[in-house]
Design a protein around this ligand. Structure first.
Ligand code: F6P
Length: 367
């Protein structure tokens, strides 16, 4: 009999509940007990935030968005903002307390579902001796060592559907529509949705963009009697002059800046330089919401079941990964070393260029 605890940390992603479902069902068939920690590491600190998960509790959740456990991106236990009696906020390390509670409550394994931030925390616990198994989650698809993270396919589908809708209104008004999508410092969502959604221009962080090239493509469209254009911009895109766009650190306890603003900036530059009627919109958290696609559901269920198999084999300190269509264990340290970027020799980059999409640099987009 084993006792497993699951946590979901960082920004949510469609498929989190499917992982929980698979872990609970796989453990049930082995006669193991499963608990969930609410809001990241909440349950490790406060017993009220710890929930027993039975197959009744997870009935039907594999198809739902969000996480039944809640999540947070301000919950780093190694640097947790805590208010003292005088109302002052202090940053404290509660990791020892968490480790002590983990052992005291008799857990055998912690399944940490997260992106690079949450898996970095999980890795630090593994170094302290906690038996940890990671599951790769993020709509950004920016984790190394796995071909895919769950949540990405759903985010791309949402963004592509939005682009499909924007085509008709852009065409009716002969407008340029600039759409800002998520992805942090990686351009995966922008590239996949932009190609699939018929964008004229796709700007990704991996290729610093030149506004002149962007406007040339729009002018070229005009020349070819196409009086509207669709521009997809990744939130982390930067200009060739090195300008980036963010809204600061946001709430206390966050470890990363809130990205945003590049879409509006690109739109205003296009308006100024081409005099075309231009509008911008930010897809934002729509990309994180809703039911997981079939691909993400299946991937998340596979990750969850594989994580339990790894727990049985005591493959701790590892993350379950998808490599060449199979589930394999990889070291968490390797997965979080750096963020997975779009490589420029990627065939999707070649495809975009081949079909005439401008990637913000001087290339073959304009004949
Ligand atoms: O990492 C996932 C992600 O959705 C990013 O794409 C985005 O920049 C960030 O999280 C937004 O975080 P928050 O929910 O804190 O605004």
């Amino acid at each position: 009999m084993k006792k497993i605890i699951i946590s979901t940390g960082g920004g949510d992603a469609p498929g989190l509940n499917a992982v929980i479902y698979a872990v609970v069902h796989t453990c049930y068939r082995k006669g193991w007990e499963v608990y969930g920690s609410k809001n990241g590491y909440g349950g490790f600190i406060d017993i009220d935030d710890m929930v027993r998960l039975t197959i009744r509790d997870v009935e039907g959740i594999y198809s739902t968005g969000g996480t039944i456990l809640g999540s947070t991106n301000k919950g780093n236990p190694f640097a947790k903002p805590v208010e003292n009696l005088a109302g002052e906020v202090q940053i404290v390390d509660v990791s020892d307390k968490i480790l002590k509670n983990f052992h005291r409550m008799g857990f055998d394994c912690h399944i940490a579902i997260g992106g690079d931030g949450s898996l970095d925390i999980a890795h630090r616990f593994a170094q302290k001796g906690m038996p940890v198994i990671g599951v790769p989650k993020t709509i950004d698809n920016d984790l190394e060592e796995t071909d895919r993270t769950f949540g990405f396919d759903t985010a791309v589908s949402t963004a592509t559907e939005a682009l499909d809708k924007l085509h008709s209104t852009a065409k009716s008004h002969n407008r340029v529509m600039v759409v800002e999508v998520m992805g942090r410092d990686s351009g995966w969502i922008a590239l996949y949705s932009g190609i699939s959604g018929g964008a004229d221009v796709i700007l990704i962080p991996e290729i610093p963009f030149d506004m002149e090239a962007v406007c040339e493509k729009i002018a070229d469209n005009e020349l070819h009697e196409k009086h509207y254009s669709i521009v997809v911009v990744a939130e982390g895109a930067i200009t060739k002059e090195g300008q980036n766009f963010n809204k600061g650190m946001g709430e206390l306890g966050r470890t990363e800046v809130i990205l945003g603003g590049v879409g509006e900036w690109v739109a205003s530059e296009i308006r100024k330089r081409t005099e075309k009627d231009t509008r911008s919109l930010v897809l934002g958290h729509l990309q994180r919401g809703g039911s997981p696609t079939t691909f993400d559901r299946l991937l998340a269920l596979r990750f969850g079941a594989a994580a339990v198999r790894m727990a049985e084999e005591k493959v701790f300190g590892h993350m379950v990964a998808l490599k060449n269509s199979v589930m394999v264990p990889v070291l968490i340290t390797d997965a979080i070393k750096k963020r997975k970027k779009v490589t420029l020799d990627n065939d999707k980059i070649a495809t975009a260029r081949d079909i005439g999409i401008c990637l913000g640099d001087k290339d073959t987009a304009v004949l």
